[in-house]
Design a binder for this molecule. Sequence first.
Ligand code: SF4
Ligand code: SF4
Length: 297
Amino acid sequence: MLLRIRFHGRGGQGGKTASRILGSAAFDEGLNVQDSPVYGAERRGAPVTAFTRISDGEILERGFIFDPDVVIVMDETLLEDPTASPLSGLREGGILFVNSSRKPDELNVNLDGVEVVTLNITDMALELLGKPILSTASAAVAAKLISVVSPDAVTSAVRGELGEGSLSPEAIQMNVALAGRAFSLVPSFKLSTKENYSPGTVVPIGVISGMEGSEDILLVGNSALRKTGDWRIYAPTIDYEKCTNCMICYAYCPESAMVIETDGRPVIDMENCKGCLICYRECPTKAISITREVRAL
Ligand code: SF4
Ligand code: SF4
């Protein structure tokens, strides 16, 4: 048995940690594992991919997973992001999980012979953690879908992985609760997987040249070309009754999404505001409020 699981999330959502938690949980079950992430432009909200391989034998593959058995889409808007292409290579007989409040048949995906599962883990994370951090819920969902990792192993892996950081015991406990809830709410499947590669097999790993797909990144002032507005989970709004035109939000905005109008007022460019909420935290007069946004395809 060799299971290949690919996580697609956005920087800050916890895709890399999800792959680690899943790998640690499977390791606790006595299986061999590999996990690794790959980042593009490293900034909050940018697409991030992480890989976990789980096997009861030696794992002879290395690198990217191009033909996953399971794809976990942690942000629904990635489904139509050509730089992420989360569905690429998902094999027939595999499983697609999408973090969404919509039913599988309401998603705009056409995949023959693939089980599609949806669950809104963002709302669950907001309720239990107060933040849209999805690492534990995503790892727990993946663990349940593949049927080879127990909930106890997931709990132990969540404690182990998050315990290495600076999280409080209470925060870790809430992550354990989140993982338990996510695990209980998705079905499990018996996947028939490809055999492991035989010893000595060289697994071809595609190489993406440094220039490929990077034209926009190389251009000066390229933020505006990325339309980072679809990364938002919360949207900021300015109350001009409280705004003093101090321009602190303009100075802090990392996406240049605060635009100064000719009358001196700051206006938010919602096509490019990625919802980092730095303006909300820095505004001295509390003129900026935030509202939860849910965007679907
Ligand atoms: S930081 Fe607040 S008060 Fe200052 S310009 Fe921005 S919205 Fe207005
Ligand atoms: S939330 Fe505020 S600081 Fe962040 S990108 Fe949007 S406008 Fe800029």
